[in-house]
Write a new protein. Structure first.
Length: 140
């Protein structure tokens, strides 16, 4: 969990921040916000995959960490939504697709986000193979 905790916090912050902007400052057109949010979330997962593959030289670690990060981020976002609605009960969640969308979307992105993390993992593993020397352990 230590490897995914910061990434999950960043993911939840981006997603909850977007929802709060939509609820409290609704735009006329949601296109720009959706593009920025999509690229930010994709960037989080690509960076996560690249970072872990660089350290471990394993694509499986990138995929597993992405699933764990997505799930932890979804739980954190759900808790964040509960806090926001508790503090401000008059929140107009229907301005951005409703409460159901805000609660379901983090769970729905786990599979595509894992694919982005694997893509980042390919880059990280290749970079590690090129730029890092393999550690050689003496035979005992």
């Amino acid at each position: 969990m230590a490897a995914t905790g910061i990434w999950a916090l960043a993911l939840a912050a981006v997603q909850l921040g977007r929802d709060m902007l939509d609820w409290y400052m609704p735009p006329l057109d949601y296109t720009m916000r959706s593009v920025v949010t999509t690229y930010a979330v994709a960037g989080i997962f690509i960076a996560l995959g690249c970072s872990l593959a660089w350290k471990t030289r394993s694509l499986r670690s990138s995929a597993l960490a992405a699933v764990m990060t997505g799930a932890a981020g979804a739980v954190l976002k759900t808790a964040g939504i509960a806090v926001v609605i508790t503090i401000w009960p008059a929140t107009q969640t229907e301005l951005s697709g409703g409460l159901a969308e805000a609660l379901e979307l983090p769970w729905l992105i786990i599979v595509p986000a894992t694919l982005f993390a694997i893509g980042g993992g390919v880059v990280g593993k290749a970079a590690a193979a090129i730029f890092r020397r393999a550690t050689v352990r003496p035979i005992s």
